[in-house]
Design a protein around this ligand. Structure first.
Ligand SMILES: NC(=O)c1ccc[n+]([C@@H]2O[C@H](COP(=O)([O-])OP(=O)(O)OC[C@H]3O[C@@H](n4cnc5c(N)ncnc54)[C@H](OP(=O)(O)O)[C@@H]3O)[C@@H](O)[C@H]2O)c1
Length: 337
């Protein structure tokens, strides 16, 4: 049996829709009919810079769909369950195809208050924020998702709140009870970011990166001990370090980020498949569906792409050209002709 998948057949080559075998779930895995798959910046970066995959490669990190087949030893899932999960850049587990498999322990049932597209906007973005802020590989503020942990009275800063990861970072700080959550974004996202928990949204057009730390510190009710950089370039990191109090800690999406002036940086590898994140990933997936169902974690706003798997290329080009603002682009692999 074959399916359609979006391939990068060689390094730096084009995306091509072609046939691929339908993955069979291994022990402990389920296979999923992929209804929606979200796009992430790493997808265009892999094509442009060639890293992290074996060719011919299928990529795509965010999956929502229906359980198709259940592997040996899996309990708690039935064929047809609506599920979401974070894929991995191993062909069988990637999102840009019509069927994918994934370890069942990091698959969640889609809460009844969201649809497939919204569900697929959550896994990679939320996981990156949660690993950076909550896990032992990040700021370590709540590695066990303990509901009694609270940072009430404390301030936090998120650089790039309107990005997909930034929206989840704002929400994770809210989940942890931070009283003041300051973020930096285009002004058009202010109301939405406030609905997610931001207490102060600093307009990128009004305050330059060079003057940002001064403004952040003015809004903070106390010295800032924790910050999250969802953008990861040098300017954003400098603003984050300057906003932090002495001895403060920064979680950063850029793997090359380095400590500065006694302020520690935790670089994030935002995948529950990575050996160092496996334990936290299992805990995360036990809690995430419930947090979405009760409205504590809200999906990104979504923009639906046409043309099934073939439409992903145009979406990634928009993302690369910085033309995506505050929304997650979503493809629908079953609509591939
Ligand atoms: N380390 C990891 O494991 C990991 C995981 C996921 C993502 N990432 C990285 O994290 C970054 C964000 O990913 P994403 O999926 O969240 O991206 P995204 O949603 O596609 O990012 C687009 C958003 O970024 C904002 N933005 C761009 N440049 C900015 C700047 N200089 N200052 C403030 N905001 C800025 C834009 O804001 P406006 O609307 O205000 O223009 C836009 O809303 C990417 O570099 C990605 O590769 C890393």
């Amino acid at each position: 049996m074959s399916q359609k998948a979006l391939f990068l057949k060689k390094a730096l080559g084009p995306f091509v829709v072609a046939s691929a075998p339908i993955p069979k779930p291994g022990p402990g895995q389920v296979s999923i009919k992929v209804i929606s798959a979200a796009l992430n910046p790493v997808d265009w970066k892999i094509q442009a810079f060639d890293f992290g995959v074996k060719y011919p490669a299928i990529i795509g990190a965010d999956i929502a769909g229906d359980v198709e087949e259940i592997g040996e030893g899996v309990q708690g899932f039935s064929k047809g369950d609506k599920v979401f999960c974070q894929g991995s850049f191993v062909n069988e587990m990637a999102g840009f195809q019509q069927y994918a498999s994934n370890p069942a322990e990091i698959v969640g049932k889609i809460p009844s208050n969201i649809d497939y597209a919204q569900a697929s906007s959550i896994p990679a973005g939320f996981t990156t924020a949660a690993i950076g802020i909550m896990s032992k590989n990040g700021l370590a503020l709540n590695p066990s998702f303990d509901a009694n942990v609270s940072f009430s009275g404390k301030p936090a800063f998120v650089y790039g709140g309107s990005s997909s990861v930034g929206q989840y970072a704002v929400q994770v700080f809210r989940l942890l009870g931070f009283s003041t959550i300051i973020t930096y974004s285009s002004a058009r996202h202010t109301d939405f970011l406030k609905s997610l928990g931001a207490t102060h949204v600093i307009d990128r057009a009004e305050v330059s990166v060079d003057n940002l730390a001064e403004v952040v510190k003015k809004f903070a009710n106390a010295p800032i001990e924790n910050a999250f950089n969802a953008i990861g370039d040098d300017g954003s990191r400098a603003a984050c370090f300057d906003s932090l109090a002495e001895g403060g800690k920064l979680a950063d999406v850029n793997s090359q980020a380095k400590d500065k002036d006694g302020k520690k940086v935790f670089t994030i590898f935002g995948s529950p498949h990575a050996p160092q994140n496996k334990e936290f990933g299992r805990i995360l997936w036990k809690h995430l569906p419930g947090l979405v169902q009760d409205g504590t974690i809200v999906p990104n706003r979504v923009e639906k792409l046409p043309n099934g798997l073939a439409g992903i290329d145009d979406g990634l080009k928009k993302m690369k050209a910085n033309q995506v603002s505050g929304v997650k682009l979503i493809a629908f692999p079953q609509e591939t002709v």
